[in-house]
Design a protein around this ligand. Structure first.
Ligand SMILES: C[S@@+](CC[C@H](N)C(=O)[O-])C[C@H]1O[C@@H](n2cnc3c(N)ncnc32)[C@H](O)[C@@H]1O
Length: 246
């Protein structure tokens, strides 16, 4: 699996070589792979999803088979909550949150920011890559609204929240981080047919747990909307970099 260009672009001006890194919210481990490629000494890939942890372990193992000389032991996949990391204070020199914050509900923001700050060394770098809120007339925004409605009803939390770069920047400045730079990674963002289908599927799953007519209505609206959208190109993905003072 290739490292996405967004990851490579976000890390291009960051000092990764020789650093102990943390991928906060590992997903399929795109940033973990990017950090290993860029010469990280060690990468902790943290996710609270067992299937994601397995996928990242397999990805790292496959890389190890290909490059047996230098990669053994450089990556550690941790199945853990970002609000309670199994890492000591002052132990991580570079943190990536690539596509993490949009899946974090507002209620988790402060505790995740506090915990990332606790494990960061003085001088630690932080890279946050995420999506600006979508324009009101974006078709795909309606699908995300349905996904949020179904997830709120089924689980009592939103599935997705698109935080402006300025909000996350101010959040971390409040924890003592200094703003370094911001850049655009994608503009517009290509929401491909497989992205749309993945979000439609997540919406269907949540809607199936909503009892009665409401659940059925959400499912019907999802089918209609996903077909109507197909794919969409809209919005912006940004990269914000900060640093803790030495
Ligand atoms: C969209 S994926 C991130 C993509 C990934 N960084 C990449 O570049 O491929 C979000 C990840 O964050 C994880 N996650 C969300 N909330 C979390 C939490 N509170 N603690 C740990 N992991 C969390 C999800 O399980 C998922 O693995």
């Amino acid at each position: 699996m290739d490292v996405p260009e967004t990851v490579t672009a976000a890390l291009a001006d960051r000092p990764v070589t020789g650093r102990v890194c943390l991928e906060a919210g590992a997903g399929v481990g795109n940033a973990t792979a990017g950090l290993l490629d860029a010469g990280a000494t060690r990468v902790y890939a943290v996710t609270n999803d067992r299937e994601h942890a397995t996928a990242v372990r397999e990805r790292v193992d496959n890389r190890t088979v290909d490059r047996i000389d230098d990669e053994i032991g450089r990556a550690a996949v941790l199945e853990a909550d970002l609000r309670r990391l199994p890492l000591t204070a002052d132990s991580v020199e570079l943190i990536t949150a690539h596509g993490l914050f949009n899946v974090l509900p507002p209620a988790s923001l402060e505790s995740v920011a506090a915990e990332l700050t606790r494990v960061a060394t003085p001088g630690c770098h932080l890279v946050i890559d995420d999506y600006e809120p979508l324009p009101e007339d974006a078709a795909v925004r309606e699908l995300f609204a349905l996904e949020n409605a179904a997830t709120e009803l089924a689980e009592g939390r939103p599935a997705l929240t698109f935080y402006p770069a300025a909000v996350l920047r101010r959040l971390f400045v409040g924890y003592g981080w200094q703003f370094d730079r911001e850049r655009t990674l994608l503009d517009p963002v290509p929401w491909t047919a497989s992205h749309v289908e993945a979000h439609a599927d997540a919406t269907r799953t949540a809607a199936s747990e909503v009892p009665g007519e409401l659940g059925a209505d959400l499912t019907a609206a999802t089918e209609h909307l996903a077909t109507a959208i197909g794919e969409d190109s809209v919005g912006e993905m940004y990269s914000v970099a900060l640093r803790l003072p030495v």
